[in-house]
Ligand binder design. Sequence first.
Ligand code: EPU
Length: 421
Amino acid sequence: MEKFVIRGGKKLSGRVAVSGAKNSSLALMPATLLTSGISKIYNVPEVNDIYTMIKLMEHLGANIKFENNTVQIDTTNIISQVAPYEHVKKMRASIYVLGPLLSRFGYAKVSMPGGCAWGPRPINLHLEAMKKLGASIDIDEGYVIAKANKLTGAKIHFDIPSVGATGNTLMAAVLAKGTTVISNAAIEPEITLLAEYLQLMGARISGIGTTVIEIEGVDELKPSEIFNIPDRIEAGTLLLAGAITRSNIELSNVIKEHLESVLIKIEESGAKLSYDNGIIKINAENLNIKNIDVTTAVFPGFPTDMQAQWIAYMSLAEGTSKVTDTIYPDRFNHVPELNRLGANIEVINNSAVVKGVKKLKGAKVMSTDLRASASLVLAGLAAENVTEVLRIYHLDRGYQRIEEKLKALGADIERVPTEEY
Ligand code: EPU
């Protein structure tokens, strides 16, 4: 086991580059299962969720090399259409293999993802969409078993614009017979990139980046290459590291349009931002952090994946703010841990009421999930004395060696082996 030991209160400065996005990579990689041959994805982050996806796809028969943030996937010898529990239990995004396997092979057996640390995360929309495309779906011994001789295009309307269900349906529909129309589709940048990748592979898709996507099925696809987008959540997290420590820092490899809702809130809180050609600068020197409410929403709304970090930031604001999560109403495991650092936060239904305090004070805290861990690191950077963040394996699922980036910016943070769990 490892932990972070953070000596807080240091000013940050300098520039670091944001890594490639985890969540787009987790959709792009299974898309390669739709064809036979060698595909390449550039700018993939070295994070544990990617290694989990690699292991799962290797189990299916893919031959994968992952070096220098490039993943090369050879799908010539896919020998299994079964995603076993041992892989899926580690990462819910494993469900992304359902659509491509079903579409290319007419069969997929995928372990049902269970709940996650902050509550239920159903996959009903994925399964309903596969049924609409003509698949039979059975649940047996904890597995989803999907079968279809040939999927057929259909009209699919999502009651909720689910990222994962939109991705899975896109991957299923590209090889279906006829036309599929997805309405109320997710428009997150990761889904837009997936659709663009499918197009490069030869798929016929229109309405990319809009809530109505039309797919005309083709008989086969060919392997292709794509350069992944930067991770907008890592960018947002690092910007808040600058803001919460009242520092001036710069991030390169940022797409501003992917981050607009977060940038607006950061500016409302009093920090100054400037952007030029993929580089974003934050000036938060002597910042008195204003209390700013946020409500999470689907893209282009404020991302739920930035909610925990925003709460950490607001814990040092001048007044009281309300942070509401409409996507995951129970995603507040970080709150009791932030309170251990001296924050004053109360959760009422799906909102956190954050009463700003003058200072946070270091303590031992425990990561419970990926973004919760990021919020504890942010709080630790600003807190007096030493903060120890335990169970950082959660953080390593989605941030590529974040301590190295923070150190490069001048933070006093060490990764240390520990017996503590
Ligand atoms: N939902 C359903 N039924 C479904 C699918 C989703 O009711 O079949 C609900 C969910 O319970 C939730 C909402 O729809 O309330 C949105 O969930 P969505 O399907 O969009 O989320 P996801 O695809 O499971 C992705 C990201 C998450 C991120 C969410 C929301 C990946 C691999 N994961 O999950 O990322 O929080 O979108 O933006 O892309 C993270 O990176 O920390 C993370 C959790």
